[in-house]
Design a protein around this ligand. Sequence first.
Ligand code: 3PG
Ligand code: MG
Length: 393
Amino acid sequence: MSIPTLDSLLAAGVRGERVFVRADLNVPLKAGVISDDSRVRASLPTLRRLLDAGARVVVASHLGRPKGKRSAGLSLRPLAPRLADLLGAGVSFCEECIGERAVAAVAGIGAGQLLLLENLRFHAGEEKNDPDFAAALAALADVYVNDAFGTAHRAHASTVGMVSKLARAVAGDLLRSELDHLSVVRNPERPLLAIVGGAKISSKLGVLEALASHADVVCIGGAMSYTFLAAKGEPVGKSLVEADQLDAARRVMRAASEHSRRLLLPTDHVVAERVEPGARSRVVRQIPDGWIGVDIGPQTAQAYAQEARRARTVFWNGPMGVFEIDAFARGTETLAKAVASSRAITVVGGGDSLAAIQRLGVADRISHLSTGGGASLEYIEGLTLPGVAALER
Ligand code: 3PG
Ligand code: MG
C-alpha cells in the first residue's frame, strides 16, 4: 500500500499551518554533548522544506528511555542549538510537549519558524499509546508528518495514536527514503548478501530467520557467532554464548539449508584473555579453553569480503567483533571497506556498523545508511511497521 508523502502535502500548501513533525532525534548524548548527529542531519530535508513552505513547524522526539519520568540527562534541550546551527535558523524550545505551556509555545511561533518540544517519553502516555496523551499532542497541530523512521517499529502515541486524530498525515522525506532503500533489500537484485553481527542472536532472531530463507548468503560475525558454533558442538572457550538460544541457532541454520542458502560462520577467530584494551590476544582456528572470541579472524574477514565483491545487493547490520577496542576492530574494518568498495547496492543499519563506516570515512560510498537499527531489521524481516501502517488510510 502506498502512503501519502510530503510532496502531496506541500503541493496543497501549508503556509501558516501548524505542522507536527515526529522526528527521531534519539542521538547518543553524554553530559549534554552529542557524539553523533547523523539522525539530526537526516531530519533536516523535511524540516527545511516545511519551513520554506511557510509552515509553523513543531518538532517532537523521544530521547533515550526515561520511562515516563522527567530526567534532566535526557532533555532534548541540547538538540535545539544543534538544530539551529544545522538549519541556519532560530529554534525555540518548550520544556513541555503537551498542555498549556506547549499550546502557548506553539501559538508563539510564526510562519517559517520552528519549535522543538521536550522529550515525549517524559510522559508514560507516549509508550503506552494512551489516547488522552495522543489527543493532547494532536491538539498542538493541524497537520501530522512522520519522519521518525528509527521509531517506526514502535506503536506509540506520537507514531500511531495521534495520527488518526488529524485530518492530514503524511510521511516525511526521510521515512520515505528509508522505506525505498530498504525495499531494495526486500526485493533485491541477486545475489543478496546479508552480513549480520552483534552480540546476541536473541535480539535479531526474527530477521535471522527471515534472511536464512531470503538472502543468498548470510555471513555471521560478532559474539552471536559463538552461539552458532556452540550449537554445532564446536569449542568456544569462554566466549559469550546465549545458552538459551542454541535451539534458535539450530533453527536458523536448518532454515538456511532447507532453502539452499549459504550461512557462513567464522572459520578463524581473534581470541583474547580478557575483553579490554592491551589484553593478550592471538588468531586461532579453534577457540582454546579459557580464551574469549573477540573478533572474526583474518581468513574469515577475507572470505566475507569476497562475498561482498560477488554480491549485487548487500545488507549489513552489526559489528564483527568488539570494535570499540582497536585491537579487536580489524574484522569490522575489513568488512566496512569491502562493503564500501563493492559494486552492489549497499544498505547498512544499526549504530555500531554505522559508527565503523563513519570512522573509516567511507560513508559516501555506501548506497544507504539507515537511521534505524531495530526498525530496519523489522522492515527487512517483512513485518509491518506500526508507524508506517498508521499513515496508510
Ligand atoms: C532507536 O534508537 O532504536 C530508536 O530511536 C527507538 O528507540 P527505542 O529502541 O528506545 O524505542
Ligand atoms: Mg532501539
